[in-house]
Design a binder for this molecule. Structure first.
Ligand SMILES: Cc1cc2nc3c(=O)[nH]c(=O)nc-3n(C[C@H](O)[C@H](O)[C@H](O)COP(=O)(O)O)c2cc1C
Length: 193
C-alpha cells in the first residue's frame, strides 16, 4: 500500500473477529519492529506475543481489572502483545539522564508504530493500550520488577470498519486532529506557539 494511504488507513480498532492471526503475519510485524532505529542502537524493546486462548484471557483479565475495565475490549482480540522494555543499555541510560529524556520510551514508540503500520498493511486492526494494570500483567507473565511494560497492543482482523459508534473513540475525540498550523512552525515560532 502507498505509504500515505497506509498512514491514513491505520485507526485504532476495538472490535475484532475471532479468526486467529497467522503466525507468518505476526512475524512480519515483529520484523518491522525489529528494524526500527533506537538511541545508541540499544533496541530496548521486547515483545511477548499472546495468541493462545488461555494465556491471552489470563492476561486480559489481569490487565483490565478495577479502574482499568474500560480496556476490557482487548478480551475479544485474538492477539495481545505485551510491549516490554529492557533498559540495561548504559549509553542510552546515560544519555537519557543528561538530557532528561527517556530515550527508551521514544525507541519503543517508534518500534510499535512500525509494527502497527505493518499490521495495517496486512489487513489487521490494532489498538495501543496504555490504560491497564501493569503490576498484575507482570505477575501474570511471571516477569520480575526490573522489566517495564509501557504498552499492550491488541491485534486481530477488524470486525467493523465503521467505528464512529465506538464510545472510547468518541471520548478520545474521534478522528479529530489538530490543524497543521497549530502543530508546525517553520523557522522561529510565533510567541503563542
Ligand atoms: C501511547 C498510547 C496509549 C493509548 N492507550 C489507549 C488505551 O488505553 N485505550 C484505548 O482505547 N486507546 C488507547 N490509545 C489509542 C488512542 O485513543 C487513539 O490512538 C487516538 O484516540 C487516535 O485515534 P486513532 O488511533 O483511531 O487514529 C492509545 C494510543 C497511544 C498512542
Amino acid at each position: 500500500m502507498d505509504f500515505s494511504r497506509l498512514v491514513e488507513q491505520r485507526r485504532s480498532c476495538r472490535k475484532y473477529l475471532p479468526s486467529p492471526v497467522e503466525r507468518e503475519k505476526l512475524q512480519r510485524c515483529l520484523q518491522a519492529a525489529r528494524l526500527s532505529p533506537s538511541a545508541c542502537n540499544a533496541q530496548p524493546w521486547r515483545f511477548i506475543v499472546l495468541d493462545e486462548k488461555d494465556a491471552r484471557e489470563n492476561l486480559a483479565e489481569a490487565a483490565c481489572s478495577g479502574i482499568y475495565r474500560m480496556s476490557k475490549f482487548i478480551k475479544s482480540a485474538p492477539v495481545i502483545i505485551a510491549v516490554c522494555a529492557d533498559v540495561k543499555s548504559f549509553a542510552s541510560k546515560a544519555g537519557s539522564f543528561v538530557r532528561g529524556t527517556n530515550f527508551y520510551l521514544i525507541d519503543i514508540g517508534i518500534a510499535c508504530q512500525n509494527l502497527v503500520l505493518q499490521s495495517t498493511e496486512d489487513g489487521l486492526g490494532t489498538c495501543y493500550i496504555g490504560w491497564f494494570n501493569e503490576r498484575k500483567v507482570k505477575k501474570a507473565l511471571g516477569l520480575g520488577k526490573k522489566i517495564k511494560i509501557p504498552l499492550l497492543i491488541s491485534m486481530g482482523y477488524p470486525e467493523d470498519r465503521h467505528t464512529e459508534k465506538d464510545p472510547i473513540r468518541r471520548r478520545a475525540g474521534g478522528d479529530k486532529r489538530k490543524p497543521i498550523e497549530e502543530i508546525v512552525s517553520y523557522n522561529p515560532p510565533a510567541e503563542d506557539f
